[in-house]
Design a protein around this ligand. Structure first.
Ligand code: SF4
Length: 307
């Protein structure tokens, strides 16, 4: 067999990212119709709308300012937008009370986690295990919300970090939407084993988009030796894809775009005859395609692999 480059789908924008990008575009169009912020209609987005710098830059060019907190917004007349990663409900209410207009572009899969927290609290469960990344925005907001409601939450990423608590304490397990699905299920199984008497709700919150982008990789591991993942440096679902490649011994390259990939030595990029190219849920399709085309132009036969 000659050299082959595979384009994996699904890859690139998921439903939640499309929804957030289209939502902010519509907000910009209605509040800054000339593409320029004028008095009283400045749009502020709290945190990157999605974790891709190209998307951020595109909205900055259209007059949107990105901040990390509502307290960074100087003007009560501002239009405030919350990103796809979700927002602590207490902060959301504070924003609604203060600003001219507030839009929450949180992905519905993230909203589901807040519903799970509320439902658990109503049942008297105020202790939570959260499987996720310590510094991720989605985690930060969920944890802040649980704590604001008087709950206790333990955040960890691996099985060996499962906390030891009183097994009689009613407990709910939550997870970040963009974690590795198999990894989360493994941890949830272990939690169940260790806390058999606890009132334990096992709720895998890994979203369908994340799961499907992982399955197309893990189902086709026998077809490629090298693996290129395109994603923002803060994009957790992109990093999880890259980790699958590393875990299964693939020569794995990670970058935000073709320029990043070209910083790897050419002999490494072309060391393998079979290469798969993908990108996370916040990666623009053209950035994945640019890498796919790069291999095609360098003698690799292009093929598609879909679920
Ligand atoms: S990766 Fe999942 S949770 Fe995140 S925006 Fe996309 S669909 Fe929503």
């Amino acid at each position: 067999m000659g050299k082959v480059v595979y384009y994996l789908t699904p890859s690139s924008f998921c439903f939640g990212v499309e929804r957030a990008v289209n939502g902010l575009s519509a907000i910009v169009a209605s509040h800054q119709p000339n593409g320029q912020a004028g008095p009283g209609d400045k749009v502020f987005c709290v945190h990157a709308l999605v974790h891709n710098p190209k998307v951020t830059k595109d909205f900055e060019d259209r007059g949107v300012a990105f901040v990390e907190s509502i307290y960074d917004i100087p003007d009560d007349d501002a239009v405030v937008v919350f990103s796809a990663h979700g927002i602590n409900r207490v902060v959301l209410e504070q924003a609604r009370a203060r600003f001219k207009a507030v839009y929450n572009l949180e992905c519905p899969f993230v909203s589901k986690i807040y519903q799970e927290v509320d439902a658990s609290l109503q049942k008297g469960i105020s202790t939570f295990f959260y499987v996720g990344k310590k510094y991720h925005q989605e985690k930060k907001n969920v944890v802040d919300y649980i704590q604001a409601k008087g709950g206790t939450v333990y955040v960890f990423q691996n099985k060996d970090q499962i906390p030891r608590i009183d097994p009689a304490v009613p407990l709910a397990a939550l997870s970040q939407t963009t974690m590795d699905y198999a990894h989360v299920c493994d941890i949830l199984k272990e939690i169940k084993k260790r806390y058999p008497l606890a009132q334990l709700l096992l709720l895998s919150d890994v979203c369908k988009a994340t799961y499907e982008r992982q399955v197309i990789v893990s189902d086709n591991l026998d077809k490629f030796e090298a693996f290129v993942v395109i994603g923002g440096k803060e994009s957790n679902n992109s990093k999880e894809l890259s980790d699958i490649g590393i875990k299964y011994g693939k020569k794995t390259f990670y970058g935000e775009n073709l320029d990043d990939i070209l910083t790897y030595p050419k002999e490494e990029l072309f060391a393998c005859d079979t290469v798969a190219v993908t990108g996370g849920a916040s990666t623009p399709a053209e950035d994945i395609k640019a890498v796919f085309d790069f291999y095609r132009e360098n003698g690799y036969e292009p093929k598609m692999l879909s679920l």
